[in-house]
Design a protein around this ligand. Structure first.
Ligand code: GLU
Length: 475
């Protein structure tokens, strides 16, 4: 059997972590078996579906590199097909027209609730034409079996059984002629030859209805797997409050897709105690049997930990391709300064996100005329001037500009002045970077370049001189 899965988001909001994890599991399952993966946009809810949401879904799938073999299909483009099937069902009796008014259904509902019964359609039009008004004022209902039960073996949860008595006759076409959601899903899964439906657990109650319709159509019933919910770290439903944001916001915050995918795959699936999975390992090892039935809690710290890991373990040249976007956001012109792959190596160790790297790298590329005021007050003071003058001279006399040569020049300065590295290190760092935190001084100075470093040390000395004259406003 050729495995075929699908991801079928409704474009009523941005793709969030729950949806992305469902997409990932569906995609991995297809890739594991060298099957096919379909992207289908379930946009039948015309009031709530939006184009920006469709765009965000596609952008997110692209950014996560979850490629699809077919689609994107749009349900709104398939209404003719759905209606043709409904007409067939009306002809063969697996569906029927229902003329019950909204008012009648509302009264029925209230009565059932008052009797402590589960509200359901009572089947008045099922076998009777007595209430026929005209074809324009009817809905079409599926003739659900009245006896027996529907059973399916959920590939994550095991056997699940629903009694047909719990399921009433579902409306499959509204009064305005539009097919309803559950029906479209069934026809799509059938037409697209989906073999495995992997989706959120909020759809479990739709499954028996969908199976009944498939059976009435004589269609094969796919296997189902319902993935559990993702909760916040406080055990409550994941919401904006927990940072449950759209996937593209993770890109904006400086996450690598590899980190998010690794995080999501582990959120509800495990393979021994392994934490790090590259995409090939995921494809090779993923199985639905190892997906957890219980809800998982989203943990931002772990995601950050993974992001830091991937920034430092993926090839720097690759990480640089993602970093470039953030550098652009910061408006930094990187033509004169270290290459982005070098920057990844310089700052990767101390930054957990690409955004942090982009925010803290400016001094490698741009000169500055102001120092971080807190650190300049502390480190660019009169006492630091001799150290800066000497280190300037020693650096200026270097014939080659390498980290090792810079290191030696700094060391010679400490020896010449008989002071510890603390007395020179911080003033020099603040002088050449403007801030108090940077990678090791020798590689930082090397990456900034000789002429820039020397000019910045002079700028710092001028600042100290100004301060000494009682004017701390300018550097
Ligand atoms: N469109 C549904 C959703 O976004 C998914 C339906 C399905 O996978 O069957 O929740």
């Amino acid at each position: 059997m050729k495995i075929k899965t699908r991801f079928a988001p409704s474009p009523t909001g941005y793709l969030h972590v729950g949806g992305a994890r469902t997409a990932l599991y569906s995609w991995l399952f297809a890739r594991h078996f060298r099957g096919r993966f379909v992207l289908r946009i379930e946009d039948t809810d015309l009031d709530r579906s939006t184009q920006p949401a469709v765009d965000a879904i596609i952008d997110s799938m692209n950014w996560l590199n979850l490629d699809w073999d077919e689609g994107p299909y749009f349900q709104t483009k398939r209404f003719v097909r759905y209606n043709a099937v409904i007409d067939d069902m009306l002809s063969n009796g697996t569906a029927y027209r229902c003329y019950c008014s909204k008012k009648r259904l509302e009264t029925l509902r209230k009565e059932q609730i008052a009797r402590d019964e589960k509200p359901r359609y009572d089947g008045r039009c099922r076998d009777s034409h007595a209430y026929h008004v005209d074809d324009k004022s009817c809905v079409v209902r599926f003739r659900n079996p009245q006896n027996g039960s529907v059973m399916f073996n959920d590939l994550i949860r095991g056997p699940i059984k629903f009694s047909n008595q719990e399921l009433d006759d579902l409306i499959i076409r509204r009064i305005d002629g539009s097919p309803t959601y559950n029906f479209c899903v069934v026809i799509d899964d059938f037409d697209m030859a989906i073999t495995h439906v992997i989706r959120g657990e909020d759809h479990i109650s739709n499954t028996p209805r969908q199976i009944n319709i498939l059976k009435a159509l004589g269609a094969p019933v796919p296997a189902y797997a319902h993935v559990s919910t993702i909760l916040g770290d406080d055990g409550k439903k994941l919401s904006k409050r927990h940072g449950a944001v759209g996937i593209m916001q993770y890109r904006d915050e400086g996450f690598l897709p590899e980190a998010l995918l690794n995080y999501l795959v582990r959120l509800g699936w495990s393979h021994g105690d392994q934490e790090i999975f590259n995409i090939d390992e995921m494809k090779q090892l993923f199985s639905l049997e190892a997906v957890n039935k219980s809800a998982s809690a989203f943990n931002n710290k772990k995601l950050l930990w993974l992001n830091h890991y991937y920034i430092n373990h993926l090839p720097a040249s690759y990480v640089a391709t993602h970093l470039a976007w953030h550098i652009k956001q910061q408006g930094i012109d990187t033509r004169t300064g270290p290459k982005l792959a070098v920057l990844v190596k310089l700052l990767g160790e101390r930054c957990k996100t690409l955004k942090e790297i982009a925010i803290s790298c400016r001094y490698f590329y741009e000169d500055f005329s102001e120092f971080d005021s807190n650190v300049s007050k502390k480190y660019l003071c009169q006492a630091a001037a001799p150290a800066l003058e000497t280190v300037h001279a020693n650096l200026a006399s270097l014939t080659e500009w390498t980290p090792a040569a810079v290191h030696t020049a700094i060391k010679q300065t400490t020896e010449a002045l008989q002071v510890s590295i603390d007395k020179i290190g911080m003033p020099l760092r603040v002088a050449i970077t403007g801030v108090s935190q940077s990678p090791a001084l020798d590689i930082t100075a090397y990456a900034i370049g000789k002429s820039r470093c020397l000019a910045r040390i002079i700028q710092a000395l001028d600042y100290i001189a100004c301060r000494a004259r009682g004017n701390t406003d300018q550097a």
